[in-house]
Design a protein around this ligand. Structure first.
Ligand SMILES: CC(=O)Oc1ccc2c(C)cc(=O)oc2c1
Length: 280
């Protein structure tokens, strides 16, 4: 059952937050939804799922990205889940890049994380089913995200190309098996099975993608991002895309960093990118 915890009118539509008991994460999860003006049971709208980065909740994107005006104009709903399960019974660490706030959108296999940290199942299956049941939203979906959430968006789209019409990301971790954030998280959640790690790595997934299942993909990256060289490595994904003819566009943006100032500067472009496929 959904519990509505806030409803605020914005840009002619509605921003709403909900909690619910999740079967995937065995915890109470929170998510936010933006419904554009005119969305109703007789006028269902397509949806962009937004996956946030490390330390974030359902609130960061909704409060800082400045997405509502363009989403309202285009008639796109936006759904933003939390980045992990939370609560007293959920394992945690005194760390910004692992455990609560850092679910990495995988299904953990390692104790004590494997009971709750099943964010892959949550964002791929449980949340979309809930959204389509309770809101005036169609099953036509695009996906985007930032940093850890950019990894989540590209990885989820590459693993489920029939479920999404397009994917995009800001400053994504594209090759988690080859960067410190990813190695730490995948070791903690997945153990030492590198074959399992590869199943959640966008570079490895793109290497194995079949042409019939290619999705339009847009990545925006600031060249003044302090995490670019050690953690993000977009060039690794571009090399694979170029070799395979995968329809990935990487836009390097001069002077931008890793923050929501960057996201808010280019979110309209990402919404327009997704709109052409959501309404095709
Ligand atoms: C609100 C905000 O700025 O979010 C934010 C800051 C830093 C990071 C980092 C370093 C990584 C990430 O995955 O997400 C993220 C989000």
């Amino acid at each position: 059952m959904l519990e509505n915890i806030s409803s605020v009118k914005v840009s002619g539509g509605w921003h709403k937050q909900y909690t619910h008991s999740s079967q995937s994460t065995h915890s109470t999860m929170r998510f936010a939804v933006f419904l554009p003006p005119g969305a109703s049971e007789t006028n269902k709208v397509p949806v962009l799922y937004w996956l946030s980065g490390l330390t974030c909740t359902d609130e960061n994107f909704m409060q800082k990205a400045g997405a509502f005006k363009k989403a309202a104009e285009l008639g796109i709903a936006i759904v933003a889940p939390d980045t992990s399960p939370r609560g007293e019974n959920v394992p945690n660490e005194d760390s910004y890049d692992f455990a609560q706030g850092a679910g990495f959108y995988v299904n953990a296999t390692q104790a004590p994380y494997n009971t709750h940290f099943n964010m892959y199942d949550y964002v791929v299956s449980e949340l979309p089913a809930l959204i389509e049941q309770h809101f005036p939203i169609t099953s036509t979906k695009a996906i985007s995200g930032h940093s850890m959430g950019g990894h989540g968006a590209l990885m989820v789209a590459l693993k489920n190309p029939a479920a999404f019409v397009s994917a995009s990301a800001f400053s994504p971790i594209v090759n988690p098996i080859e960067c410190p954030w990813g190695v730490k998280a995948f070791t903690g959640y997945l153990g030492n099975d590198k074959a399992l790690w590869a199943q959640y790595d966008s570079c490895e997934l793109m290497k194995n993608a079949e042409q019939a299942h290619y999705l339009p993909m847009l990545v925006s990256q600031g060249d003044a991002d302090g995490f670019l060289q050690e953690q993000l490595k977009p060039e690794n994904l571009v090399a694979i895309a170029d070799k395979k003819g995968y329809p990935l566009t990487l836009e390097m943006q001069a002077g931008y960093d890793h923050s929501y100032f960057f996201i808010s500067s280019f979110i309209d472009q990402h919404l327009l990118f997704h709109h052409q496929f959501l309404t095709a």
